[in-house]
Design a protein around this ligand. Structure first.
Ligand SMILES: Cc1cc2nc3c(=O)[nH]c(=O)nc-3n(C[C@H](O)[C@H](O)[C@H](O)COP(=O)(O)OP(=O)(O)OC[C@H]3O[C@@H](n4cnc5c(N)ncnc54)[C@H](O)[C@@H]3O)c2cc1C
Length: 404
């Protein structure tokens, strides 16, 4: 067993853990990230990849605390995605440079679109008929363009992971041993083993950050911390594959987003739509067949005639893991809980990850700032199993159906 005395030990290689690892490494901290499965395999790779700027939280006409918290994020991401700021994420693939917003005939729908435009940093631009994308050409109501970028999340995870490959370690989460200081919550040592008969490490970290999404609940139990800090909000997402246009956008209806569509290409070059918004909330109580029928009706109502009868449909379930709120709704901000030298982090949104990382760095004890890559202990271990990046949902084992 090899012993490592390090500054920060991070659990979880989704957006939060990987961005934090990169930030800490650039600040000269000796950090290691432990991943139980595939990188981004919880929410990040299953997400729609929209770098929200708050519009989604303003359809009621009120600029909420969530909208204010997220307002600076699109600019920050944009600079990283262009390679003009750290972390350089220029290797990330963009699904789209912007999203469209459209309203249905309902008055509620049109009003919400107008109301949402007020008071935001990234404002939607009203489009004339000839500026509309083909898919919204015959839309009876307002059509707007919103400069919120949409990333392909698995390429973002890979771009971040490739910056620090030697600090990523795949572990078996069931073979973790945690030692704590007798009086107080501080963790003094963690023994982690790789999968199968891969090597075992003994870490003595100054700080531990749990950034494992829904895995944080079990990790908090393993660290002897109360595990009621987290809530799960389930989604049942829809995927449609076929002769579809590439398109990213939200159809609004009152304060809710009726459908949110993001699109990409699968490994065979076919267009795939990921459908979220209210449809994926409604779908939680439905089985796959019922949800596909519901989603088809919603798409026909919001984008008539666009999805043909030859389209293949599927669904997947995924929980959003967040800090617990009193009413069980989405938290307004990214959240970090501190228990001694252990921090538990949930970004709430992919877009809020940079803000989450700022918060964590502000709470960590001052770092050595040595910045000497030679000093980075984990790089010398040769028999480490490195985690892979998770594939997008439509490349996983889904059951596809056709609807008459
Ligand atoms: C369907 C869906 C769509 C979304 N769309 C958007 C969007 O368009 N825009 C937006 O801003 N946000 C979106 N979100 C929210 C966003 O995806 C999440 O807030 C964000 O990805 C969470 O990142 P994370 O790193 O905290 O967690 P995760 O992405 O869940 O990563 C956790 C990682 O920890 C690992 N892990 C688990 N247990 C352990 C353990 N015991 N030890 C070590 N590692 C462990 C997992 O394998 C995983 O790699 C969406 C969420 C969902 C579910």
């Amino acid at each position: 067993m090899t012993r490592f005395d390090i500054d920060v030990l991070i659990f979880g290689g989704g957006a939060a853990g990987l961005w934090l690892l990169d930030e800490l490494t650039r600040r000269g901290a000796d950090s290691v990230l432990l991943e139980a499965g595939r990188l981004g395999s919880g929410q990040t790779v299953a997400s729609q990849g929209i770098i929200h700027g708050g519009l989604k939280y303003s359809f009621s006409g009120i600029v909420s605390a969530s909208a204010r918290a997220i307002a600076d994020m699109p600019d920050r991401w944009r600079r990283c995605l262009e390679g003009a700021a750290e972390p350089d994420l220029s290797a990330t693939r963009l699904r789209s440079p912007h999203c469209y917003l459209w309203a249905t005939r309902s008055v509620k729908s049109r009003l919400s679109l107008r109301a949402a435009s007020a008071g935001l940093r990234v404002r939607p631009m009203r489009l004339d008929d000839d500026e509309r994308p083909e898919v919204l050409r015959d839309c009876p109501g307002l059509v707007m363009r919103l400069d919120e970028q949409v990333i392909a999340p698995e390429s973002f995870v890979k771009a971040l992971a490739d910056r620090n490959p030697h600090r990523l370690v795949r572990i078996d989460p069931d073979r973790l041993k945690v030692e704590r200081r007798h009086a107080g919550p501080d963790v003094t040592s963690i023994v982690a083993a790789g999968p199968g008969d891969a090597c075992t490490f003994e870490f003595h970290p100054r700080s531990v950050v749990l950034a494992a999404g829904e895995g944080n609940a079990a990790l908090r139990r393993a660290m002897g911390l109360p595990d009621q800090a987290m809530q799960r909000r389930p989604l049942h997402m829809v995927v449609v594959r076929g002769a579809l246009p590439r398109f990213c956008g939200h159809c609004t209806d009152g304060a809710r987003t009726r459908v949110t569509i993001t699109s990409d290409e699968d490994a065979q070059g076919r267009t795939v739509w990921q459908v979220g918004g209210q449809v994926s909330e409604d779908g939680v109580e439905m089985d796959q067949q019922a949800l596909v029928r519901h989603a088809r009706a919603e798409l026909e109502a919001t984008l008539p005639g666009v999805v043909g009868s030859d389209a293949a449909w599927s669904t997947y379930r995924v929980d959003r893991a967040e800090a617990r709120t009193a009413d069980g709704r989405r938290p307004e901000h990214a959240h970090v809980a501190q228990d001694g030298n252990v921090m538990t982090a949930w970004p709430t949104k992919l877009a809020l990850v940079p803000d989450l990382v700022d918060r964590i760095c502000g709470m960590l004890p001052a770092l050595d700032g040595g910045g000497d890559p030679e000093r980075q202990a984990i790089e010398i271990a040769s028999d480490v199993v490195r985690p892979e990046v998770a594939p997008p949902p439509w490349e996983c084992d889904l059951t596809w159906t056709h609807v008459d």
